[in-house]
Structures are given as C-alpha cells and as structure tokens.
Design a protein around this ligand. Structure first.
Ligand SMILES: Cc1cc2nc3c(=O)[nH]c(=O)nc-3n(C[C@H](O)[C@H](O)[C@H](O)COP(=O)(O)OP(=O)(O)OC[C@H]3O[C@@H](n4cnc5c(N)ncnc54)[C@H](O)[C@@H]3O)c2cc1C
Ligand code: SF4
Length: 472
C-alpha cells in the first residue's frame, strides 16, 4: 500500500457500534451491542493498512489471517471473509463476541500505536453473522470414512473443535456431553446478553450436519468410563471436560439460603432460563441487594445478570485494586454503565444469616496491597480492625473453578497435576494414557475460549496422525 493511501486510511475514525442504552438493557437479556452494518464494517475494514508484517496475526492464539479477511470485508466480500476466518477458527461468531481482543490481536495492531486499533473482533463478528444470517454456512466436502472412531468427552469449545476437525478428516466422531445441551460454558456460563444462545446452537447444528454425533445427558465416568470407550470400539478419546467445579471461600455461613456459587447462579439463569420463570420451571432468588465476590469475567457475568434480576443494588467485592481486575475492560465498562458498584480492596470474612437461615449481610474486611506474589501481582493483606458489613439477600461466590475429578478418578493411568488438571504434552495434546488426548480448561484451569479451541485443533491433528501411524 502506498504511503499516501496508508496516511488516508489512518485518518478514518474507529467506527462506533450501536448498542442498547444502559437503562433499556438492564430490563432485558437481549444482546447489548447491535453489531456493525455492512457500510460500517467496510469503513472500519478500510482502517487496516495491510501491514507487510502483520503483528495482529501473531497476537491471535490461532493465527487467523487477519489482514486478508479484513481486506475481503473492505471489498464487500463478506462470505469469503467468514470462510477465510474459518480456515483457522471454527467459531468466529463466538470469538468475535467473547475473545479478549484488547489483550491479543488488537493490543499489537500497528494502527493502535497512534490511535485506536482496528476493531478486529467486531469485524470477525460481522463476517460470521453475515454468513449465518444469509444462509451461507456451507458444509465442506467430507472424505470417505477412514474406518476410525473417536469419542470426545465434553461439548465445550475444545470438544466441538476437535469433533469438527476430525469429521473433516473423514473420521467418525461421537461427542458425549453431561448436560442436556451442547456448548459448555458458552451455554451455561456466558449470559445471553453477551452471547446469544442461538448463535452457539447454530454452530452445534452445523457440526451435526457435517456428521458429528452428539449424545446429550451422558456423563462419562458414570455411564461408561474412558477405558470402556477404548475397549468398546473407539480408537482414540479426547477429554475436553472443562473446569466446572466451583471454588468456595470456606468461610462461615457459606451454606445459608441466598449464597450461590457463580456456577449455579449462571447455570440456573442461562441454561435453565430462570429469568423466564415461571414460563421455564427453574426458580431463582431475585432479592434486591446482591454481593458478588471476585473480579474476573465470571464475577462480571454474575453481577450483570443480577443487575437484570435484582435491580436495587449489586456490589462487586474484590480483594485487590481496580488495576488488577482480571475481567475484560469492556465488561467492567458495561457493568458500570448499568449501575454496578465496586467495593475494591475488600474481602468477605463471613456470611451472616437471619433466624430462618437466610442471608442478610456479608461481613467484610478492608485489604491493602503488600509484596508481589508468585503471579507477579501485589498480595492483598488484611487491614486489622477494619471489619464492616454489607447488607445482602444474595451473595454470589465467583472466585474461580477447578477441574472436575470424575474423569481422572475413573480412568486408569491418566496423570494430573496438584490441582487435578490433566497433564498433556502441549505440542500434541497427548496424555499419559495411550490413545487419550486432552485440552481446554481441564488442562489449563479456567482460561479462554480461543485457547480451548487452539488446544482442540492441535489435538485433532495429533489424533489424526496417531490413527494413521498407530505410533504412540
Ligand atoms: C462465566 C464465564 C464467563 C467466561 N467468559 C469468557 C469470555 O468472555 N471470553 C473467553 O474467552 N472465555 C471466557 N470464559 C472461559 C471460557 O468459557 C472457557 O475457557 C472455555 O469454555 C473452556 O472450554 P472447554 O471446552 O475446555 O470447557 P467447557 O466450556 O467447560 O466445556 C466442557 C464441557 O464438558 C462437559 N463435561 C464435563 N464433564 C463431563 C463428563 N464427565 N462427561 C461428559 N461431559 C462432561 C461439561 O458439561 C461442559 O459442557 C468464561 C468462563 C466462565 C465460567
Ligand atoms: S496490525 Fe492492524 S493494521 Fe496491521 S494488518 Fe493487522 S489489523 Fe491491519
């Protein structure tokens, strides 16, 4: 691109995406941002200066050819753009919405050095939505069956990626999912207003149309073990069972009525549609004052969900300061616009109940930041004598999730680390057990959608190689 054109492109302002106003959206669960129009997408795409050495590609965990797909959008070839992205990312409509682009591709975008980076995530979302909404999701040609069968445990982003990649290589794949709906955290964790469930289900349907079989309500380790799957005709198994075991604070009062784990709270609302009770049968305590404990995406999702159900006051209690909040900047911004309050440098000490065992307050203590810990972040230290109480009828504990122990406990010879995460060779996804591969949150602990998908892709290539060579 000649320097004059580059200069012109650098002058184009970043396109604003329209969204529901805060006052409107806290009364509903509809998606907050509306997405780009075709004109806006083309204008935003023109801001990309088509770098010779595009740093953005290196910033993407699955190395999407970003300048190429953006150029296609600038030329109005939206479906081609979506197909280009899909060469390396099977779930662009999901990733365009939930990936932390500000820490990945957009963080290193050259245009961002002197102004706002190109909106790579929003363009990804636009291309994928356009393809789906215009019925252009083409089924690729599937090769003749290789005669090999693979079982995938868990239908989250890791498992769905493995399944898609292996079907495309001609293998027969069965995905076993414990819940009654496929999608993993995309269905039960991330709320509708951030990721509409019909988008996830469109991806699941696409996978089925390609030929993957999905068996729901099937808990591996209970109905059948991995050893039994291998003995009963499966040539390889991929474990993508995620990190769905909630951590608790182990402080007094944690089993009072009104104290939820974020996992239970979000599952009730998202997966079981408690926000549409009684039309859907799952109840949820609505309350009016809510305390959410934690500072990550799960805490933000819980708090923003609570804002829509318990409108009086929702407070995030986080033990470090604002700078250390691990949640996405966009989530914090949206939460604050919706009226969310932050009680920073604060930690809960106990939950206080009334005579009927219902939560009525959370006793907290002030914290200050001390020396850096092993994560490099300054360690929060209690300020003696600074205890105070926050009135609350609901508390949601969102301090992270651990690995579910069922698979390791029921599978011979599978090695795990001290936190119960499955050990793998990171280049191949191979576990310590012959024929068994793994990836995603069950390996990494709570991570991101794109990292889970990257693990899935690597494992699928490795499974294919193993099935072809038989060499372990
Ligand atoms: C509330 C919340 C918000 C998040 N927000 C973001 C975000 O904005 N951006 C982002 O990138 N990441 C986000 N994450 C993290 C991201 O969702 C995960 O890293 C990702 O989903 C991991 O994918 P996975 O396939 O490894 O596991 P999961 O998505 O957890 O899927 C695992 C699946 O395996 C099933 N399963 C478990 N055990 C068994 C068994 N024994 N038999 C059969 N099935 C089983 C589970 O039911 C589940 O469906 C968020 C996580 C949470 C909890
Ligand atoms: S770094 Fe930014 S400007 Fe350069 S190719 Fe990537 S998106 Fe375009």
């Amino acid at each position: 691109m000649d320097p004059k054109e580059t200069k012109e492109r650098m002058k184009i302002p970043r396109q604003k995406m329209s969204e529901q106003s805060p006052l409107e959206r806290i009364k509903n669960f509809y998606e907050v941002p509306h997405g780009f129009s075709a004109e806006q997408a083309m204008e935003e795409a023109k801001r990309c200066i088509q770098c010779k050495k595009p740093l953005c590609v290196g910033g993407c965990p699955v190395n999407i050819d970003i300048p190429w797909f953006i150029r296609l959008i600038a030329e109005g070839k939206f479906v081609d753009a979506a197909r280009k992205i899909k060469e390396t990312n099977a779930l662009p409509a999901v990733c365009g919405r939930v990936c932390p682009q500000e820490d990945q591709c957009e963080k290193v975008c050259i245009v961002g050095k002197k102004g706002d980076p190109v909106s790579i995530g929003r363009l990804e979302r636009f291309a994928a939505d356009f393809e789906r909404e215009h019925g252009e999701m083409q089924i690729p040609e599937i090769p003749k069956w290789t005669g090999k069968k693979i079982a995938v445990v868990g239908a989250g982003p890791a498992g769905l990626t493995v399944a898609g990649d292996l079907v495309k290589k001609g293998h027969r794949v069965t995905v076993f999912e414990a819940l009654h709906t496929a999608g993993g955290v995309l269905m039960y964790g991330i709320p509708e207003f951030r990721l509409p469930k019909k988008i996830v289900q469109a991806e699941v349907e696409y996978l089925k149309r390609m030929g993957a079989e999905i068996v729901l309500n099937a808990v591996i380790g209970k109905i059948e073990t991995i050893d039994e799957l291998l003995a009963n005709g499966y040539d390889a198994v991929f474990v993508g069972s995620g990190a769905g075991l909630p951590n608790f604070m182990n402080i007094p009062g944690e089993n009072l009525t009104g104290v939820y784990s974020a996992n239970e709270y979000l599952t009730r609302v998202n997966l079981m549609k408690a926000y549409q009770f009684p039309e859907f049968e799952t109840p949820i305590i609505r309350g009016s004052r809510v305390v959410v404990i934690g500072g990550g995406n799960t805490a933000m999702d819980s708090a923003r969900t609570a804002m829509r159900l318990c409108p009086e006051k929702v407070t995030i209690v986080y033990r470090r300061s604002r700078e250390e909040l691990p949640a996405r900047v966009e989530e914090v911004h949206h939460g604050e616009e919706e009226g969310l309050k932050f009680q920073l440098l604060t930690n809960p000490k106990r939950f206080i109940g009334d005579k009927d065992g219902r939560l009525k307050a959370v006793e907290c203590v002030k914290m200050e930041l001390g020396e850096a810990d092993e994560s490099g972040r300054r360690r929060p230290v209690e300020v003696k004598g600074s205890e105070f109480s926050i009135e609350a009828d609901i508390a949601i504990v969102a301090i992270g999730n651990g690995a579910n122990p069922l698979i390791p406990q029921t599978t011979q010879d599978i090695k795990v680390n001290k936190w119960g995460n499955i050990n793998i060779n990171p280049d191949t996804g191979r576990t310590s057990k012959k024929g068994v591969f793994s990836g995603g949150d069950i390996v990494r602990g709570g991570a991101t959608v794109i990292l889970a998908m990257g693990d899935g892709r690597r494992a699928a290539n490795s499974i294919h190689e193993y099935l072809n060579t038989g060499v372990w």
